[in-house]
Design a protein around this ligand. Sequence first.
Ligand SMILES: Nc1ncnc2c1ncn2[C@@H]1O[C@H](COP(=O)(O)OP(=O)(O)OP(=O)(O)O)[C@@H](O)[C@H]1O
Ligand SMILES: [Mg+2]
Length: 258
Amino acid sequence: MGLEIIGLCKSFKDQETSGIIQVLNDIHYHVHDGRFVSIVGPSGCGKTTLLRVIAGLEEPSSGNLLLDGRGISYHADRIGLVFQEYALFPWRTTLENVELGLEIMEVPKKERRAAAMDYIRSFGLKDFENRYPHELSGGMQQRVAIARTLITDPRVVLMDEPFGSLDSQTRNNLQSFLLALWQKQKVTVIFVTHNVDEAVFLSDEVLVFSKRPAKLISRFFITAPRPRERTSTECNRMRKMILDTLETETMDPLLTEK
Ligand SMILES: Nc1ncnc2c1ncn2[C@@H]1O[C@H](COP(=O)(O)OP(=O)(O)OP(=O)(O)O)[C@@H](O)[C@H]1O
Ligand SMILES: [Mg+2]
C-alpha cells in the first residue's frame, strides 16, 4: 500500500531553443503509507517538477504513478499540496481559507465552518479566524496553509519548501507542530527541502537527487527515535552523510579534475 513511482521521466520543451530539457530521469520509488519522506537535491534538479507530476499538475513524459496498486484518480484520491506558490487567497479570511477544501468537496456550510473552527483552535489561530492573510505573520500564514490542506484528510501531502521563508525559531516550531499532526493524522508526507537539518529532524527517509536530470542517487533511513534531539549523535551522523553525498553531487568537475 502507498504511492509507487515507477520509471518516471519528465522533459520540457525549451521555448527558446526548441530543444528538450530532460528534468526527471527514471525515478523509481515506493512511499509506504504513513511514511514521512524528504527529498533534497541541487537547485533546479527537478524536485518541484516531481511533486507537480505526483499532484497531477504535469503529465509525466513516461512512467507511471500508482496509489495502492492502481492509477491515481485526482477526483477521488485526495493529494494535498502545501507549496510556497500556492499562497493563501488574500481576499479570504483565515476561516474562509481553511474551509476552502471542504467547500470544494461540497460539505454543507454549517459542518465545514465547525470543522474549520476546530482546526483553527488546534492550530493556535483562535481569535485570528476573521483576519486576512496580510494581517498574519509568516508562520501563521503557513499554519493556515497546512490547516487548509489537512482538513480535507488527504492520503498524501506534498510539501515544497513550506518553511523556506521563515526565521529559524518559527521554522523549528512549525516542524514540531507538523510532526505532531503527522503522527495524529497518520498521513503520508513527501517533503522537499534544501535544509538537511530539517530533513533529518522530520523524516523516516531522506532521498538525495542528482543534478538535473534528477535521478535518485541515495536513500537514507533515519532511525533516530522520536521525539528527536536535533543535535543527537545519530542525527549529526546522518546529516554528515547526506551533506557529503550532496557535496559530491554538486562538486564542480573542473575544480576536482586532477
Ligand atoms: N514548465 C516548464 N517548462 C520548461 N522548463 C521547466 C518547466 N518547469 C520546470 N522547468 C525546468 O525544470 C528544471 C527543474 O525545475 P524544478 O523547479 O523542478 O527544480 P527544483 O529542484 O525544484 O529547484 P529548486 O531547488 O531551485 O526549487 C529547471 O531547469 C526548470 O527550468
Ligand atoms: Mg523547487
